[in-house]
Design a protein around this ligand. Structure first.
Ligand SMILES: Cc1cc2nc3c(=O)[nH]c(=O)nc-3n(C[C@H](O)[C@H](O)[C@H](O)COP(=O)(O)O)c2cc1C
Length: 205
């Protein structure tokens, strides 16, 4: 099994890094021969979509797009080569941090990962695969005690579905601003107890 492991926090003592690393460790425990590609968007952010890239998207199929889509090609290639994605991300202002949005802008690409029907609907062109998403949030955005809107889970669900990735599993570690480390560790343990790696990495039929 090959894992694409993406982190989005710029912080060293990051809860979402810790969470995504624990998910990867669980996958390794189930599949000792697994391999990993790292894409650390938090420490090594990618550039925002530039004019040449926007131009290439406006004219999909243009063989001269070349350099404008090189980064996009590389990032999409990393997804295609993986059997499983693991993402660690903070919630920033009710949604994904801009480093993750910059990545999404490169991998949701019309004519490459997104197809269109004659009537204008979008169809995902990637093969579906499990996507584990560990989220750290300072406050509470999910569940009965939610105190703020959530534009992160619905957004990622819609964005990934657009390219054909619908097998998403979310693991929100909430209230990092309020809970002490012992309580957060206990909450993370409870979250990961519900993590089911059964069937992940099984050969395709
Ligand atoms: C710019 C910024 C925006 C944030 N916005 C939110 C937010 O909307 N909701 C929330 O619950 N926490 C918010 N936080 C708090 C982070 O989600 C929290 O500190 C989280 O633990 C960060 O992830 P990390 O520990 O992996 O770095 C924000 C933090 C920053 C720096």
């Amino acid at each position: 099994m090959h894992i694409l492991h993406i982190d989005c926090s710029p912080r060293e003592q990051s809860h979402s890094r810790n969470l995504s690393a624990a998910i990867v460790a669980r996958l390794f425990a189930a599949h000792p021969g697994a391999s990993v590609t790292r894409r650390d968007l938090g420490r090594h952010p990618i550039p925002h979509a530039e004019a040449a890239y926007a131009g290439a998207l406006a004219a999909p199929g243009n063989p001269d797009a070349g350099a404008a889509t090189r980064l996009s090609d590389e990032l999409i290639g990393e997804i295609e080569a993986a059997g499983t994605l693991v993402i660690g991300t903070p919630m920033n202002n009710f949604t994904v941090p801009s480093v993750l949005k910059a990545w999404i802008d490169q991998v949701l690409r019309i004519g490459r990962t997104i197809g269109t029907t004659p009537t204008g609907e979008k169809t995902g062109l990637l093969r579906d695969k499990p996507v584990f998403i560990g989220i750290a949030s300072g406050g509470v955005f999910a569940g009965e005690h939610a105190r703020q809107p959530d534009f992160l889970i619905p957004y990622l669900t819609a964005a990934f579905a657009c390219v054909g990735l619908t097998s998403l599993r979310f693991y929100p570690l909430q209230a990092t601003a309020f809970l002490d480390e012992a309580r957060l560790a206990a909450n993370q343990k409870a979250l990961l107890a519900a993590l089911d790696v059964t069937g992940i990495g099984a050969p395709e039929r």
